[in-house]
Design a protein around this ligand. Structure first.
Ligand code: PLP
Length: 464
């Protein structure tokens, strides 16, 4: 049979729609789905991949699957089995119950967003978190914008717009994932980059020799996602601050991840804390809300009241302001820190804090459930390492435990993609021909779903 006569056997769109009968999906979605399925069949016949039109029964099945795919939210939950706690592509920090409740309250109700209950008049959206942020950090003042990139941009625009100079070491001209680049941010802020020193060594005298009339800010950026090691040097923040004081130039410190706690107790070194950065004299410290802080996407600037006030008055602030759901989440997050229950109530902190004992027990439980389901694969638990991610702590990995799966009859890549494309996408990584489910980023409540999906996906042959 030639292609044309095969193609003539493809049913009409309306024929399939009427065979489908009543569906929950809107008519337009049904039509679109059927059209796409038939188009797919036509194309695969033309490419020679099919030599006959599938049975009507299986066309109907394909149409239903296509409809379900279209009906799903594009932004939807996934199960993160990568072990990467702050996975930029998977939405960075995940929030705990208390915080989620606060977000729902803000979303579902009218609120005090810009209303002062006591006075019965207009209030400011910034008051809800400022006091908490000040209490936690020891700063004079604080403000919140959409993300850390915005916070830094606003700080530099406020201090150095109209082509004044922002001075920074060549060792700190960082790029953070998805096009945050310090030189571009400086340019976009309306100021001019003045780089000093070298990639590996910058001395205080490099700054000293270069400061002049035009210098409006000294910028320090935490090299969140890489480390220069070996023959290196950069002056301590305190020395940079003394230099700034001597010349009347403010020091801005972009610390990236905003941690309030010293993370060394969890085996994480080299992350500046908000409080220490301020204690060392930085005039403005800015950081993200959804990295190690474990809150919503937001950018926070804390520091001297005089500068924060100027930032608040900057016209750009109106363009960078956070929404009520963000503010609710941030307020709830900060309250948890003040109560001292971060390890229990902030998932990011909890995942960092989980020790090998806890992780071994979790992995054993998950492996047991998968075995119980008689999944068609070899199941074992292995000790591995996980990254924190989100551009936090390069080269530092936490020891972890993973459940390693080796399917008996299909390639491991096939198992990876089936789990990823399933009803609840499970995102995992392949290492040495095994699929690893790192339990650090998994909740025990997700185990039954994972075990069921693995049992369903691991069987069969490679071509389904
Ligand atoms: C992550 C990071 C940023 C960008 O923060 P966003 O909240 O993603 O905008 C800026 N500076 C440093 C040092 C960072 O680590």
């Amino acid at each position: 049979m030639n292609e044309n006569s095969i193609l003539r056997g493809i049913p009409k769109v309306d024929e399939i729609i009427s065979l489908l009968g009543e569906t929950d999906a809107p008519k337009a979605v049904v039509r679109e789905a059927v059209r796409e399925v038939l188009k797919g069949i036509r194309e695969s016949i033309l490419r020679g991949e099919r030599t006959k039109v599938p049975e009507t029964e299986s066309i109907l099945k394909m149409a239903v699957q296509e409809m379900q795919k279209k009906e799903k939210m594009s932004l939807r939950p996934v199960i993160n089995a990568t072990g990467i706690i702050l996975h930029t592509n998977l939405g960075r920090a995940k929030m705990g119950e208390t915080v989620v409740r606060a977000v729902m309250q803000a979303a579902a109700n009218f609120s005090t967003l810009e209303y002062d209950i006591e006075k019965g008049s207009r209030g400011s959206r910034y008051t809800h978190v400022e006091k908490l942020m000040v209490d936690l950090s020891g700063a004079e003042a604080a403000m919140v914008v959409n993300n850390n990139a915005a916070a830094l941009m606003l700080a530099l625009n406020t201090l150095a717009q109209d082509k004044k100079e922002v001075m920074i070491s060549r060792g700190e001209l960082i790029e953070i994932g998805d096009s945050f680049r310090i030189p571009e941010i400086i340019k976009a802020s309306g100021s001019v980059l003045a780089e000093v020193g070298t990639t590996n060594k910058t001395h205080l005298f490099d700054y000293e020799n270069a400061v002049g009339e035009e210098t409006a800010a000294l910028l320090r950026a935490h090299t969140s996602n890489y480390r220069v090691v070996g023959f290196t040097e950069s002056p301590p923040l305190k020395e940079l601050v003394s230099l700034g004081r001597k010349h009347g130039i403010p020091v801005v410190y972009d610390i990236g991840s905003g941690t309030f706690e010293n993370l060394e107790k969890y085996g994480i070194y080299g992350e500046p804390t908000v409080r220490q950065s301020l204690a060392d004299g930085a005039d403005i410290v800015c950081f993200s809300g959804d990295k190690l802080l474990g809150g919503p996407q937001a950018g926070v600037a804390v520091g001297k009241k005089k500068y924060i006030d100027l930032m608040k008055k900057n016209q750009l602030t109106r363009a960078l302001r956070p929404g009520k759901m963000t503010l609710a989440a941030l307020e709830a997050t900060l309250r948890i820190y003040l109560e001292g229950t971060a390890e229990r109530d902030i998932p990011t902190v909890r995942m960092i804090a989980d020790n090998m004992g806890i992780l071994r027990a979790k992995a054993a439980a998950l492996a047991g459930m998968i075995r119980e389901k008689k999944a068609d694969c070899a199941v074992e638990t292995v000790e591995e390492t996980s990254q924190i991610g989100g551009g936090s702590m390069p080269g530092q990995a936490l020891p972890t435990v993973a459940v390693a799966l080796r399917p008996n009859h299909i390639p491991v890549m096939e198992l990876e993609s089936r789990l990823r494309l399933g009803g609840t996408p499970i995102i995992a990584r392949i290492c040495r021909d095994r699929l690893l489910l790192d339990v650090r980023t998994l909740e025990e409540s997700e185990f039954p779903v994972i075990a069921a999906c693995v049992a369903q996906c691991a069987g069969g042959s490679a071509d389904g």
